[in-house]
Write a protein that binds this ligand. Sequence first.
Ligand code: FMN
Length: 280
Amino acid sequence: MKTLKMMMGVAAASMLVVAGSTKVEAQKVLVLYYSQTSNTKAVAECIANQLNADIEEIVAVNPYDGDFSATIERCKEEQKAGTTPKIKPIKADLSKYKTIFLGYPIWFGTYAPPVATWLDEVDLSGKTIVPFCTFGSGGLESSVAMLASKQPNAKILDGYGVRAARMKAMHMEVKEFLLGSGFLRGDFTAPGPFSVPHLVSDEEAAIFNAAIGDYPMMQNAKARTVASRTIPNGIEYLFTATEKPRRNPDPNLQMRPPKEMEVYVIVVNGQAPEFTKVVR
Ligand SMILES: Cc1cc2nc3c(=O)[nH]c(=O)nc-3n(C[C@H](O)[C@H](O)[C@H](O)COP(=O)(O)O)c2cc1C
Protein backbone atom coordinates (compact mmCIF):
# COMPACT_ATOMS: atom_id res chain seq x y z
CA MET A 1 0.00 0.00 0.00
CA LYS A 2 2.76 2.39 1.04
CA THR A 3 4.67 1.40 -2.09
CA LEU A 4 1.62 1.99 -4.29
CA LYS A 5 1.15 5.46 -2.80
CA MET A 6 4.82 6.18 -3.39
CA MET A 7 4.52 5.14 -7.03
CA MET A 8 1.44 7.31 -7.52
CA GLY A 9 3.23 10.19 -5.82
CA VAL A 10 6.24 10.01 -8.04
CA ALA A 11 4.27 9.40 -11.22
CA ALA A 12 3.51 13.10 -11.39
CA ALA A 13 7.14 14.07 -10.92
CA SER A 14 9.43 14.73 -13.87
CA MET A 15 11.86 12.06 -14.99
CA LEU A 16 15.59 11.94 -15.67
CA VAL A 17 17.22 9.09 -17.57
CA VAL A 18 20.23 7.62 -15.73
CA ALA A 19 22.21 4.69 -17.15
CA GLY A 20 19.34 2.71 -18.68
CA SER A 21 16.85 3.26 -15.88
CA THR A 22 14.89 6.39 -15.20
CA LYS A 23 15.45 8.30 -12.01
CA VAL A 24 12.49 10.12 -10.54
CA GLU A 25 13.44 13.80 -10.48
CA ALA A 26 11.48 14.77 -7.40
CA GLN A 27 12.78 16.63 -4.35
CA LYS A 28 16.39 16.18 -3.31
CA VAL A 29 16.98 13.03 -1.28
CA LEU A 30 19.40 12.65 1.63
CA VAL A 31 21.13 9.35 2.39
CA LEU A 32 22.18 9.40 6.05
CA TYR A 33 23.94 6.40 7.53
CA TYR A 34 26.05 5.00 10.32
CA SER A 35 28.56 2.25 9.58
CA GLN A 36 31.28 0.69 11.72
CA THR A 37 32.88 -1.75 9.28
CA SER A 38 31.75 -0.29 5.91
CA ASN A 39 28.98 -2.69 4.88
CA THR A 40 26.23 -0.13 5.44
CA LYS A 41 28.48 2.54 3.95
CA ALA A 42 28.64 0.52 0.71
CA VAL A 43 24.83 0.30 0.57
CA ALA A 44 24.52 4.03 1.32
CA GLU A 45 26.93 4.90 -1.50
CA CYS A 46 25.11 2.61 -3.91
CA ILE A 47 21.75 4.25 -3.12
CA ALA A 48 23.21 7.76 -3.32
CA ASN A 49 24.83 6.98 -6.70
CA GLN A 50 21.66 5.52 -8.16
CA LEU A 51 19.55 8.47 -7.01
CA ASN A 52 22.18 11.20 -7.35
CA ALA A 53 21.34 11.97 -3.72
CA ASP A 54 23.26 13.85 -1.05
CA ILE A 55 25.00 11.57 1.43
CA GLU A 56 26.28 12.04 4.99
CA GLU A 57 27.65 9.75 7.66
CA ILE A 58 26.54 9.77 11.31
CA VAL A 59 29.78 9.90 13.31
CA ALA A 60 30.13 9.07 17.00
CA VAL A 61 32.26 11.56 18.91
CA ASN A 62 33.98 8.62 20.57
CA PRO A 63 33.97 6.07 17.72
CA TYR A 64 33.29 2.37 18.23
CA ASP A 65 36.65 1.45 16.80
CA GLY A 66 37.44 -1.60 18.87
CA ASP A 67 37.00 -5.20 17.73
CA PHE A 68 33.72 -7.10 17.99
CA SER A 69 34.12 -8.08 21.67
CA ALA A 70 35.20 -4.57 22.68
CA THR A 71 32.15 -3.15 20.88
CA ILE A 72 29.83 -5.62 22.61
CA GLU A 73 31.35 -4.73 26.00
CA ARG A 74 30.99 -1.00 25.40
CA CYS A 75 27.36 -1.46 24.27
CA LYS A 76 26.56 -3.50 27.38
CA GLU A 77 27.97 -0.73 29.59
CA GLU A 78 25.98 1.91 27.71
CA GLN A 79 22.82 -0.20 27.98
CA LYS A 80 23.37 -0.60 31.73
CA ALA A 81 23.85 3.15 32.09
CA GLY A 82 20.85 3.85 29.81
CA THR A 83 22.94 6.02 27.49
CA THR A 84 23.64 6.23 23.78
CA PRO A 85 26.84 7.75 22.34
CA LYS A 86 27.23 11.44 21.55
CA ILE A 87 27.34 12.09 17.79
CA LYS A 88 28.86 14.92 15.78
CA PRO A 89 26.33 17.48 14.51
CA ILE A 90 24.76 16.56 11.18
CA LYS A 91 25.87 19.08 8.54
CA ALA A 92 22.92 18.64 6.17
CA ASP A 93 20.02 21.08 6.48
CA LEU A 94 17.22 18.55 7.05
CA SER A 95 14.54 21.08 6.16
CA LYS A 96 15.72 20.77 2.51
CA TYR A 97 14.81 17.09 2.34
CA LYS A 98 11.37 15.50 2.22
CA THR A 99 12.85 12.01 1.89
CA ILE A 100 15.69 10.59 3.97
CA PHE A 101 17.19 7.15 3.39
CA LEU A 102 18.41 6.10 6.84
CA GLY A 103 21.02 3.35 7.00
CA TYR A 104 22.52 1.39 9.89
CA PRO A 105 24.00 -1.93 10.90
CA ILE A 106 21.77 -4.06 13.12
CA TRP A 107 23.18 -4.28 16.64
CA PHE A 108 21.31 -6.38 19.19
CA GLY A 109 18.26 -6.69 16.92
CA THR A 110 17.86 -3.02 16.08
CA TYR A 111 19.63 0.06 14.68
CA ALA A 112 23.12 0.72 16.07
CA PRO A 113 23.29 3.18 19.01
CA PRO A 114 24.60 6.25 17.08
CA VAL A 115 21.39 6.11 15.03
CA ALA A 116 19.35 5.89 18.25
CA THR A 117 21.09 9.09 19.40
CA TRP A 118 20.19 10.87 16.16
CA LEU A 119 16.59 9.69 16.34
CA ASP A 120 16.35 11.12 19.87
CA GLU A 121 17.63 14.48 18.65
CA VAL A 122 15.41 15.06 15.60
CA ASP A 123 11.74 15.45 14.79
CA LEU A 124 11.02 13.71 11.50
CA SER A 125 7.32 14.64 11.40
CA GLY A 126 6.05 14.83 7.82
CA LYS A 127 9.20 13.31 6.34
CA THR A 128 9.41 10.09 4.40
CA ILE A 129 12.03 7.75 5.87
CA VAL A 130 13.38 4.83 3.87
CA PRO A 131 15.31 2.50 6.20
CA PHE A 132 18.12 0.30 4.97
CA CYS A 133 20.43 -1.90 6.96
CA THR A 134 23.03 -4.65 6.95
CA PHE A 135 23.07 -7.52 9.40
CA GLY A 136 24.46 -10.92 10.24
CA SER A 137 21.10 -12.68 10.08
CA GLY A 138 18.30 -10.10 10.20
CA GLY A 139 16.70 -7.21 12.03
CA LEU A 140 15.16 -4.98 9.36
CA GLU A 141 11.59 -5.57 10.56
CA SER A 142 12.32 -5.13 14.28
CA SER A 143 14.38 -1.98 13.68
CA VAL A 144 11.68 -0.48 11.45
CA ALA A 145 9.05 -1.14 14.14
CA MET A 146 11.26 0.65 16.68
CA LEU A 147 11.89 3.50 14.25
CA ALA A 148 8.15 3.91 13.72
CA SER A 149 7.51 4.08 17.46
CA LYS A 150 10.33 6.64 17.91
CA GLN A 151 9.11 8.87 15.09
CA PRO A 152 5.34 8.29 14.93
CA ASN A 153 4.72 11.30 12.66
CA ALA A 154 7.16 10.26 9.96
CA LYS A 155 6.09 8.12 7.03
CA ILE A 156 8.28 5.02 7.25
CA LEU A 157 8.51 2.99 4.03
CA ASP A 158 9.34 -0.70 3.80
CA GLY A 159 13.10 -0.81 3.82
CA TYR A 160 15.94 -2.84 2.35
CA GLY A 161 18.22 -5.13 4.32
CA VAL A 162 21.09 -7.38 3.33
CA ARG A 163 23.23 -9.88 5.16
CA ALA A 164 26.90 -8.99 5.55
CA ALA A 165 27.65 -12.36 3.95
CA ARG A 166 25.68 -11.43 0.80
CA MET A 167 27.13 -8.02 -0.01
CA LYS A 168 28.00 -9.21 -3.53
CA ALA A 169 24.26 -9.32 -4.32
CA MET A 170 23.68 -5.84 -2.88
CA HIS A 171 24.07 -3.66 -6.00
CA MET A 172 21.51 -5.62 -7.97
CA GLU A 173 19.12 -5.86 -5.02
CA VAL A 174 19.35 -2.13 -4.27
CA LYS A 175 18.43 -1.36 -7.87
CA GLU A 176 15.45 -3.73 -7.66
CA PHE A 177 14.43 -2.15 -4.34
CA LEU A 178 14.57 1.37 -5.80
CA LEU A 179 12.55 0.25 -8.83
CA GLY A 180 10.03 -1.58 -6.67
CA SER A 181 9.52 1.36 -4.32
CA GLY A 182 9.17 3.89 -7.13
CA PHE A 183 12.41 5.86 -6.70
CA LEU A 184 13.64 4.57 -10.06
CA ARG A 185 11.55 3.93 -13.13
CA GLY A 186 12.38 0.98 -15.38
CA ASP A 187 11.60 -2.68 -15.98
CA PHE A 188 10.48 -4.22 -12.73
CA THR A 189 8.35 -7.25 -12.07
CA ALA A 190 7.21 -7.55 -8.48
CA PRO A 191 7.50 -11.15 -7.24
CA GLY A 192 4.18 -12.93 -6.87
CA PRO A 193 2.72 -14.10 -3.56
CA PHE A 194 4.11 -17.10 -1.70
CA SER A 195 2.25 -20.39 -2.10
CA VAL A 196 0.15 -21.76 0.76
CA PRO A 197 2.57 -23.13 3.39
CA HIS A 198 2.83 -26.88 3.96
CA LEU A 199 4.84 -29.09 6.31
CA VAL A 200 8.42 -29.45 5.06
CA SER A 201 9.42 -32.57 3.15
CA ASP A 202 12.85 -34.16 3.72
CA GLU A 203 14.05 -32.51 0.50
CA GLU A 204 12.87 -29.07 1.62
CA ALA A 205 14.41 -29.57 5.07
CA ALA A 206 17.70 -30.32 3.29
CA ILE A 207 17.43 -26.99 1.41
CA PHE A 208 16.84 -25.23 4.73
CA ASN A 209 19.79 -26.93 6.39
CA ALA A 210 22.07 -26.18 3.44
CA ALA A 211 21.05 -22.50 3.56
CA ILE A 212 21.76 -22.24 7.27
CA GLY A 213 25.10 -24.02 6.87
CA ASP A 214 27.24 -23.35 9.91
CA TYR A 215 25.71 -19.95 10.78
CA PRO A 216 26.33 -19.91 14.53
CA MET A 217 23.03 -18.55 15.85
CA MET A 218 20.93 -20.97 13.80
CA GLN A 219 22.43 -24.34 14.66
CA ASN A 220 19.42 -25.20 16.79
CA ALA A 221 16.80 -24.29 14.18
CA LYS A 222 14.48 -26.90 12.70
CA ALA A 223 12.30 -26.12 9.64
CA ARG A 224 8.59 -26.74 10.20
CA THR A 225 6.57 -25.32 7.28
CA VAL A 226 7.51 -23.86 3.91
CA ALA A 227 5.95 -21.71 1.19
CA SER A 228 7.64 -20.75 -2.08
CA ARG A 229 7.46 -18.45 -5.08
CA THR A 230 9.40 -17.93 -8.27
CA ILE A 231 11.89 -15.06 -8.48
CA PRO A 232 14.09 -14.07 -11.44
CA ASN A 233 16.35 -17.09 -12.15
CA GLY A 234 15.20 -19.12 -9.22
CA ILE A 235 12.98 -19.88 -6.24
CA GLU A 236 12.48 -18.12 -2.93
CA TYR A 237 11.37 -20.16 0.08
CA LEU A 238 9.76 -18.85 3.24
CA PHE A 239 10.37 -21.33 6.03
CA THR A 240 8.93 -21.16 9.49
CA ALA A 241 11.31 -22.74 11.93
CA THR A 242 11.59 -23.33 15.63
CA GLU A 243 14.65 -23.41 17.76
CA LYS A 244 14.87 -26.86 19.27
CA PRO A 245 14.37 -26.46 23.03
CA ARG A 246 17.61 -25.94 24.89
CA ARG A 247 18.28 -27.20 28.36
CA ASN A 248 18.02 -24.34 30.81
CA PRO A 249 21.37 -23.82 32.55
CA ASP A 250 19.55 -23.66 35.92
CA PRO A 251 18.07 -27.14 36.60
CA ASN A 252 15.44 -25.60 38.91
CA LEU A 253 13.95 -23.53 36.08
CA GLN A 254 11.63 -24.59 33.26
CA MET A 255 13.05 -25.33 29.80
CA ARG A 256 12.92 -22.21 27.64
CA PRO A 257 10.02 -22.47 25.14
CA PRO A 258 11.17 -22.98 21.53
CA LYS A 259 11.32 -19.70 19.60
CA GLU A 260 9.45 -19.25 16.31
CA MET A 261 11.16 -17.58 13.37
CA GLU A 262 10.73 -17.01 9.65
CA VAL A 263 13.70 -17.79 7.45
CA TYR A 264 13.87 -16.55 3.85
CA VAL A 265 15.99 -18.72 1.52
CA ILE A 266 16.83 -18.30 -2.17
CA VAL A 267 18.09 -20.81 -4.70
CA VAL A 268 19.26 -18.90 -7.77
CA ASN A 269 20.41 -20.53 -11.03
CA GLY A 270 20.71 -23.92 -9.34
CA GLN A 271 23.41 -22.56 -7.00
CA ALA A 272 23.67 -23.54 -3.34
CA PRO A 273 20.75 -22.30 -1.20
CA GLU A 274 21.44 -19.21 0.91
CA PHE A 275 19.35 -17.52 3.53
CA THR A 276 18.64 -13.85 2.96
CA LYS A 277 17.15 -12.96 6.34
CA VAL A 278 15.69 -14.31 9.55
CA VAL A 279 12.66 -12.59 11.06
CA ARG A 280 12.33 -13.32 14.77
C1 FMN B 1 27.87 -4.95 18.54
C2 FMN B 1 27.27 -5.70 17.37
C3 FMN B 1 26.01 -6.27 17.49
C4 FMN B 1 25.45 -6.94 16.41
N1 FMN B 1 24.20 -7.45 16.54
C5 FMN B 1 23.62 -8.08 15.48
C6 FMN B 1 22.30 -8.59 15.61
O1 FMN B 1 21.63 -8.47 16.65
N2 FMN B 1 21.77 -9.24 14.54
C7 FMN B 1 22.46 -9.39 13.38
O2 FMN B 1 21.91 -9.97 12.45
N3 FMN B 1 23.72 -8.89 13.22
C8 FMN B 1 24.30 -8.23 14.24
N4 FMN B 1 25.57 -7.72 14.10
C9 FMN B 1 26.26 -7.84 12.79
C10 FMN B 1 26.23 -6.51 11.99
O3 FMN B 1 24.91 -6.04 11.86
C11 FMN B 1 26.82 -6.69 10.60
O4 FMN B 1 28.12 -7.15 10.67
C12 FMN B 1 26.75 -5.41 9.76
O5 FMN B 1 26.87 -5.70 8.40
C13 FMN B 1 27.83 -4.40 10.13
O6 FMN B 1 27.62 -3.24 9.36
P1 FMN B 1 28.74 -2.12 9.13
O7 FMN B 1 29.86 -2.78 8.35
O8 FMN B 1 28.07 -1.06 8.34
O9 FMN B 1 29.20 -1.64 10.46
C14 FMN B 1 26.16 -7.05 15.18
C15 FMN B 1 27.44 -6.49 15.08
C16 FMN B 1 28.00 -5.81 16.16
C17 FMN B 1 29.37 -5.19 16.02
